[in-house]
Each structure stands twice: as C-alpha cells, then as structure tokens.
Design a protein around this ligand. Structure first.
Ligand SMILES: *Cc1c(COP(=O)(O)O)cnc(C)c1O
Length: 366
C-alpha cells in the first residue's frame, strides 16, 4: 500500500484468526463479540462483517446497535448499558436489540410500559465487585425473576457479571467475584437453567471456570494482549491494526539546536532528525513526547521533542539510509500497541479507540 498519508491497515484475516483463538480457549461457550466504540477503533461495519462466525455482538449504546441493524446485521446485538428512557426502549425493541438491565429504574421502565414489539434475549447484570454497573447480589435474583416473568420479553433472560481485575493473573478478586456469581446462580433452580456470562478477553485466556454459556471477547479479537506481562504473540493472537505514516522531511541539525514546540529537545551533537506526518490530531498521544518508539523502514527510532498536532520528530542518527518517502510504523505489526501504550502511560484499548477519523482505515483479508 502506497498511501503517503497516515493510515491504518486493518487485517481482517488476523481478526478472524483471533476469533478462532477465542473458540479454542472456550470451546463450550457461545461467543458474543464486543464491537463497541467503532469496534475498538477498527471500523464497526467491516469488523462485524468479518466476524460472522460470532453467535452475537455486543455494543455499549443504542445508536451503535441501530447502526448495525441499519447496515443489515441480523445476529443478536446486546446493548451492554441497556437503555435509559421509554423512547430508547421502544427503539431498541423495534430493532430487535437485546438489553442489559442493571438498575431498578430500568426494571420499572419495563414494568410500566407497553411495547409494539416485545424484547427477545435480555440480561440482568449483577455487580460482583466491579462496582460499576449492576444489581447487588441481594437484588439480582428478584430482578431476574421480574424480567423472566415479563410478557414484554419473549426470549431468554440471562445473568451476567464483569471482572474488575481479570488482567492480573492470580488476583484474589477474580476468585471472589466468581464465587459470588456461582453462589447466586445456584440459589434458584430456574435461574440455574438461564444463560450465564462473565468472561471478557482476559478471563477467556486465564480463567476457564468463568467461561460459562457465553464469553464476551473484545480486546483479544483485535490481537492485543489483555493480560499484563503476556504478549499477544505468546497468547497466539495476531495484531489487527497497523498504523503507518511517512517520513516527510529530514533536517540536519547542529549541536545545540532545539526541536519543536517548547524547544524541549536540544541536540547534544550534530544530528539527523526525521519528520513524520502523524500527530495528536490523528490520535498519536502527546504523552509519547520524548519517549515514543517508531519503526522507520523496520528500524527502531525514538520520538524527539513534543508530539505536534500533525507531526512528530524522530532521531535518525542510526539510520543513514532513511530518506523522505520511507514508510513508518507507529504501532501494529512488529511494534505491539501494548508497548506503545505503556510508553504513553495508558493501555492498548485507549490507543486504538482514539485513533481519529482523519486516519483512513484500509481493509485487507489475506
Ligand atoms: C467491553 C466489555 C467487554 C469486553 O472486554 P475486553 O476486555 O475488551 O475483552 C466484555 N464485557 C463487558 C460488559 C464490556 O463492557
């Protein structure tokens, strides 16, 4: 690909491979592929089309679900945050979107309404320790009973929860959350027969006991390691997004010259500095100022000075052959986004999600 502007190559074959890895780790479970936030920045419609071997999809919000339905997606689609008012409820039901119920208000909304079309598959969320969304374990069973009896829901009502520390192997919180969940679902024989789900990517890879009826992989589908201290490669995952830019100028600077805004880098010797056409306006984080690593024609180079909106400066001292027009990898193949995220003091999730629309995505499937 010879596009000079920064772009993101999305490798759909790698995406499909990663889904097959999910199925190897959780062979007994159905798979709800999580494609919220524009499929973690990868492009939701293209990703959904490539992940047709999933049993269902999950997104966060109504608008995301409606977008998929309008594009013709027919699989079950779960709204992980449910809906917050009667109009949203009506729209979700009309579009055959599945809902998570996690508050008393959502239950009351359903009890107090009528729907032109009933809801199909729904879920109750129980808070086993994340303390974000969900009913307390004391209230989850009664919430489930109300929904299970509701004549506005024609399909199954499942029970789900979410781990807070699954990215840390051996964290005792994982065991206590799982124990709470197991205790809850065995309290009632009807509930014991309902669909159950706990595992995100990290739990899929490290906690087989949590797989249950449905797993909910997000990050691992995109070939990014969800477990601290393990690389994607070690887990058998292949990176899906590779962000590239181009060397657009080379400066031969003198000792004492400074580079970029704030003059934050001062050349200790005479040196070659390369300009690359990507910046924070593309989602290349400013936190990588003075510390990011890039690959110029496959060779590692470091970011000098501050990241600008449209460009960065890099050290070309060890790359006498580098020339204007050379392609530069910002993350992806041969440069794991996990590593770049660590340099930026964040997580891979954030880097891929915040890649802006200015960066066109190109899709390849081989
Ligand atoms: C985002 C999300 C997931 C996917 O998590 P990953 O860590 O990306 O695998 C699963 N379940 C819920 C409830 C989520 O919000």
């Amino acid at each position: 690909m010879n596009d000079a502007s920064p772009n993101a190559q999305i490798n759909l074959a790698a995406l499909k491979h990663n889904l097959s890895v999910v199925k190897q780790y959780a062979p007994q479970s159905r798979v709800m592929s999580v494609i919220k936030s524009n499929a973690y920045g990868h492009g939701v419609l293209e990703v959904a089309a490539a992940l047709q071997e999933s049993d269902a999809f999950a997104v966060a919000r109504l608008a995301e679900g409606l977008q998929l339905r309008e594009a013709g997606e027919t699989k079950p689609i779960l709204l992980l945050e449910g809906v917050t008012n009667a109009s949203e409820l009506e729209q979700a039901a009309a579009a055959d979107l599945s809902l998570v119920f996690h508050t008393h208000e959502q239950l009351m909304m359903l009890v107090g309404t009528s729907l032109a079309k009933s809801l199909t598959f729904c879920w109750v969320k129980v808070d086993t320790g994340m303390h974000r969304l969900g009913f307390s374990p004391d209230h989850a069973l009664s919430a489930w009973k109300i929904l299970n009896k509701s004549n506005l829901i024609s399909g199954d009502v499942g029970m789900m929860s979410h781990f807070s520390n699954a990215d840390v192997l051996g964290d005792p919180k994982n065991v206590s959350q799982q124990a709470l969940f197991s205790g809850l679902i065995t309290q009632d024989t009807d509930l014991a027969a309902a669909p159950k789900s706990m595992a995100n990517s990290a739990a899929i890879l490290s906690q087989p006991d949590s797989h249950l009826d449905w797993v909910r992989p997000g990050l691992m589908l995109y070939g990014i390691s969800p477990i601290r201290g393990k690389t994607a490669e070690e887990l058998g995952l292949k990176p899906v997004m590779t962000v590239s830019g181009e060397l657009i100028s080379i400066q031969n600077l003198l000792a004492g010259d400074t580079v970029g805004y704030g003059s934050s880098w001062e050349c200790p010797t005479d040196m070659r500095v390369g300009l690359i056409n990507i910046g924070y306006g593309d989602g290349y984080p400013r936190q990588l100022s003075m510390r990011g690593t890039v690959l110029v024609k496959g060779i590692k180079s470091r970011v000098l000075g501050h990241v600008s909106m449209d460009m960065i400066c890099v050290d070309l001292c060890n790359q006498p052959d580098a020339k204007v027009g050379d392609s530069v990898t910002l993350w992806g193949d041969d440069l794991p986004v996990e590593m770049i995220a660590e340099q930026a003091n964040t997580i891979g999730y954030e880097l891929v999600c915040q890649l802006t629309q200015r960066v066109p995505r190109f899709y390849k499937d081989a």
